[in-house]
Design a binder for this molecule. Structure first.
Ligand code: PMP
Ligand code: GLN
Length: 383
């Protein structure tokens, strides 16, 4: 393995899921739902396979999906993207993120990330030979946010990209229009491109609405907007994502993407195109169900002695373990199967400065109610 990648080892998700399987623990670590997406969409995927949609789709993605994405962007956000040239289908958001960074960053260029950040960001930045500048999100009145002065201080002459994930994994923060405006102004002042990870765009709660960066004044032309069907339609294993951006940016990303994977799986694309047209009511129900699950798990965690932060979006509740007398989340997560029969994710792995997140642990609530209840009652053994 090349030296610059050695530090990455195995992802925390693989480690913790293996730990859950090995110990028979309830897995509230890796974020994946334990129920399926809309039945008619699953049926469309089966029909696509049996109907012969099994050879290479075109590199940019099947026209059916690109058109469905364009129509959805327009009706949902009022954003117009040309399906021929401004939309690219990718193998999940993960490939979209990697291809975008590889396409936009020269070795030595800098990428601003908000820490804690989703783990693939650091690896993709490193693969590109670029350098991270991490801006911390800290809890203020129970919600994670950033200090605009710290953000400004992170921008320098070599800053090429800022990666913005909202709704944010792992903190559950949904950036407000005001927060996004601070970022947008910096992008325009310093000629920075925003790569936005919006995989949880539909999973926001309590009436909090997701605001895409590209809808802010002056930002459509400098934003690579990334989405994925995995979270929206509860099919994380389908690995079907897409980017929307101005044509020159899409061409750049596609140049890289075509040599990573050439194209993305065809049957899933047809089924996701169908779902974007027909299944948004199903997504609205999912969102309501997840809001209730968030409450269920947050209450359960508080009853077990954790301090639980407010989650406005995503699958996750962020907790502070110090009220239980623990100080190191990694140590606790490695012992949690034996102590309580539950697996969670130590948030410190998402930091450049792990000390900032040492006492945080992330729990996923995208699970059946009985699984959440069982986990919550097991966690009461910690007291
Ligand atoms: N970004 C974030 C913030 C995520 O939580 C995830 C994982 N679901 C991804 C990207 C990866 O998405 P995909 O599975 O579509 O590659
Ligand atoms: N996005 C999911 C999470 O944060 C898992 C993704 C993965 O396994 N790489 O839990």
């Amino acid at each position: 393995l090349v030296s610059r990648m050695r530090v990455f080892g195995t992802t925390v998700f693989a480690e913790m899921t293996a730990l859950a399987v090995r110990t028979g623990s309830i897995n509230l670590g890796q974020g994946f739902p334990d129920t399926d997406g809309p039945p008619a969409m699953l049926d469309q995927a089966a029909r696509a396979v049996l109907g012969g949609a099994n050879q290479y789709p075109p590199g940019p993605g099947l026209p059916e999906l690109r058109q469905a994405v364009a129509d959805h962007r327009k009706s949902h956000y009022g954003l117009a993207y040309d399906p021929d040239g401004e939309i690219l289908v990718t193998v999940g958001a993960t490939e979209a993120l990697a291809a975008s960074i590889l396409a936009l960053c020269e070795p030595g260029d800098e990428v601003i990330v908000f820490e804690p950040y989703y783990d693939s960001y650091a690896a993709s930045i490193t693969l590109a030979g670029a350098v991270r500048r991490a801006v911390p999100l800290r809890p203020v009145d129970g919600r994670f946010t950033f200090d605009p002065a710290e953000l400004r201080a992170a921008a320098g002459p070599r800053t090429k990209v800022i990666l913005v994930n909202s709704p944010h994994n792992p903190t559950g923060t949904v950036f407000t229009r005001e927060e996004l405006t601070v970022i947008a102004e910096l992008c325009q002042e310093r000629d920075i491109i925003a790569v936005t990870d919006e995989v949880y765009e539909h999973l926001t709660y309590d009436g909090v609405e997701h605001v895409p960066m590209a809808t802010l004044p002056g930002m459509r032309e400098r934003t690579v907007m990334i989405s994925s069907a995995g979270k929206t339609f509860s099919v994380t294993g389908w690995k079907t994502g897409w980017i929307c951006a101005p044509a020159p940016l899409v061409r750049a990303v596609q140049t890289v993407k075509q040599f990573l994977t050439y194209t993305a799986g065809g049957p899933w694309q047809l089924a996701v195109a169908y779902a974007l047209r027909e299944e948004l009511p199903w997504v609205a129900q999912l969102r309501d169900a997840l809001a209730a699950k968030r409450d269920r798990l947050s209450d359960g965690l508080r009853a077990a002695g954790f301090a639980a932060y407010r989650t406005s979006g995503t699958y996750f509740v962020q907790t502070d373990i110090r009220p239980l007398g623990f100080t190191d989340g990694m140590e606790l997560c490695r012992r949690l199967p034996e102590l309580a029969g539950v697996v969670a994710i130590p948030t410190q792995v998402f930091y450049d400065r792990p000390e900032l997140g040492r006492h945080f642990v992330r729990f996923a609530f995208c699970k059946r109610d009985e699984v959440i209840d069982d986990a919550a009652s097991r966690l009461r053994r910690l007291q």
